[in-house]
Design a protein around this ligand. Structure first.
Ligand code: FAD
Length: 541
């Protein structure tokens, strides 16, 4: 009999969560991958890699040792160098090794390149979120660079390697490079047209003078930057080193002191006539970066679902091992109701984001899928990312007091959880973007909604909601009700994705999320007999 004194091992506590196959243990994810015809064995290996206890440890250490900015050396020479902990570098090497920064653009024959990469992103995020920032930005920048084929051809071979090379060297001397982006200025973030940073032409390049109020991952090898040229707002690629090998005039001011996202550096920066090359036509800056932003927005939704999933996995690990009042928590009815409801939300989110990935894969040849991507990308980002703090918080609470301490990773997950909803377009901006898409191409938008309603119909009649949405959309009140429209659309799409996947939970999702009183807290919905199936499935590992 243990005395409970500190020198004894604890009893009635859950074991550390780790050394799991994050892919195979996650039934909604594995099912989505199977539906998409992905290489399951390969993804399982990736799931084991990110689910290893040693990988979780790297994630913890990278966040406990945030990056430090060295502006100058001890003799006053300008350095502009950000030092990261080796654990961060190890995570970067792992994720670049898995190709998450570029594999969707490889043109490989593997089935579902976007979906395969999305699974890997989903797995990597569970181990550590912060390093995903430069990994996602590199992936997304390739999309924008497509509008400048010669520049892309020059950089792509260095981007597409599976080698992480953090050395501060000119990009052409490196074995692998990463890309970041600088759009947000003090006076204008969402409203990038308010940017005041200026680009002045110098022969085949420009020199940029101004600032960015947020520029994350400042040790990237180049940044896509917006600046005002004579012809208007334009996109540029600004390398860390000038073509003569000297350091570019990129002067960091400070690293942000953030709520979470501690492993990642987010800088304030000035450009003092920094060398840059144009990407896309002059004056077409917004159009050019939209290519990039659509990719980062999808990544935000995938990564937020992953954050909720790792928090739920921690909760499940705890409740299956912890007993209260002589009964395991997982057998306590109100705890089952809570985790089943969380699991239901994730079933829908995973179905939705992977449906979106498949649509992206088909969009080039299929206008209906292209219209789906345009309308649903901001809507999915809105629905998934904005729900993450609540999902993570409820999972955290499943661990009781332990969940609230810094000894376990839940506190870190919670601090990270609002971020994806903010960057790459905050909540209202996503809702307004859905309105914009519907307003520009109303016939396409209506066709997309009709198709969703038809797909969903096998599980649930969404017509009352689609009729309400159509009425609000056509009213003079659409902008004020933008969140209602956006969320309603995203929920219909989530339901349709579940129905298309022949999920046992599609009807339940409709019953609990699309009708009646507004959903308030996880665990309040009556899931009926599906509760057992949801808990079993969530605990499948
Ligand atoms: C950790 C972190 C890292 C970041 N890294 C980068 C980076 O690497 N590069 C980069 O360029 N930026 C970066 N950002 C900036 C980020 O993209 C912006 O903060 C974000 O896009 C919002 O812009 P803003 O802060 O200027 O807010 P604002 O644009 O001022 O928006 C404030 C609020 O108003 C809402 N709003 C805006 N327009 C409307 C409207 N028309 N109607 C109703 N509501 C509206 C928004 O939804 C938001 O809630 C980062 C931010 C964070 C937090």
């Amino acid at each position: 009999m243990s005395s409970g004194l500190l020198e004894d091992a604890s009893f009635n506590q859950s074991p550390a969560f780790g050394d799991v196959d994050l892919f195979s243990a996650d039934r909604p994810l594995a099912d989505a991958a199977q539906r998409a015809g992905l290489d399951l064995a390969n993804l399982s290996a990736c799931g084991k890699d990110y689910g290893a206890a040693t990988t979780f440890d790297l994630g913890r250490i990278a966040n406990e040792n945030p990056p430090r900015l060295h502006l100058v050396d001890g003799k006053g020479n300008r350095l502009d160098y950000v030092e990261f902990h080796p654990a961060y570098h190890a995570m970067m090497a792992k994720s670049i090794g898995h190709g998450i920064h570029a594999s969707a653009h490889d043109g490989s024959d593997e089935p579902g390149p976007v979906s395969t990469r999305a699974v890997r992103l989903y797995l990597a995020t569970q181990a550590e979120s912060g390093h995903m920032c430069p990994v996602t930005m590199t992936h997304a920048c390739i999309g924008a660079l497509r509008s400048e084929p010669a520049l892309l051809a020059k950089w792509l071979p260095r981007i597409q390697t599976r080698t992480y090379d953090p050395r501060p060297l000119p990009w052409w001397e490196k074995n692998g490079v990463t890309l970041g982006m600088g759009m947000t200025e003090r006076q204008g973030g969402t409203d990038v047209r308010a940017n005041i940073t200026r680009a002045v032409a110098h022969g085949d390049h420009v020199e940029i003078t101004g600032h960015k109020w947020f520029m994350s991952a400042p040790m990237c090898d180049a940044f896509l930057v917006l600046a005002q040229a004579e012809g208007g707002l334009t996109c540029y690629l600004m390398p860390r080193y000038r073509p003569d090998g000297s350091r570019n005039q990129i002067r960091f001011q400070r690293l942000k002191d953030k709520l979470g996202n501690k492993s990642n550096a987010s800088s304030e920066v000035e450009f003092h006539g920094a060398y840059a090359e144009r990407v896309g036509a002059e004056g077409a800056g917004v159009r050019t970066i939209i290519e990039m932003v659509n990719l980062t927005r999808l990544d935000c939704a995938i990564a937020s679902a992953a954050q909720s999933r790792i928090a739920l996995s921690q909760a499940l690990n705890h409740i299956r091992n912890r007993s209260v009042f002589q009964r395991r928590l997982v057998d306590q009815p109100s705890m089952r109701a809570t985790v089943a409801d969380l699991a239901l939300e994730l079933e829908a989110q995973v179905a939705l984001v992977f449906r979106l990935c498949r649509a992206s894969e088909r969009a080039h040849d299929d206008p209906a899928e292209a219209a789906y991507v345009r309308l649903l990308t901001p809507a999915a980002k809105f629905l998934v990312c904005k729900s993450t703090p609540q999902l993570v918080y409820e999972s955290l609470e499943c661990l009781g007091g332990n969940g609230y301490t810094e000894d376990l990773p839940l506190a870190r997950y919670f601090r990270e959880s609002p971020l994806n909803a903010i960057w790459e377009g905050s909540g209202n901006v996503m809702a307004l973007d859905v309105l914009r898409a519907a307003g520009r191409h109303p016939d396409q938008a209506m066709a997309t909604v009709s198709a969703l309603a038809k797909t969903a119909a096998v599980a649930f009649d969404v017509r009352p909601l689609t009729e309400t949405l159509a009425k609000v959309l056509q009213s003079g009140d659409a902008e004020r009700r933008a969140r209602f429209l956006c969320e309603g659309l995203a929920k219909i799409a989530a339901l349709a994705a579940l129905a298309e996947a022949k999920s046992d939970f599609a009807t339940l999702y409709g019953d609990t999320r699309l009708t009646g009183a507004k959903f308030a807290q996880f665990g309040t919905a009556d899931l009926g007999s599906a509760e057992q199936a949801l808990v079993d499935r969530a605990l499948a590992a």
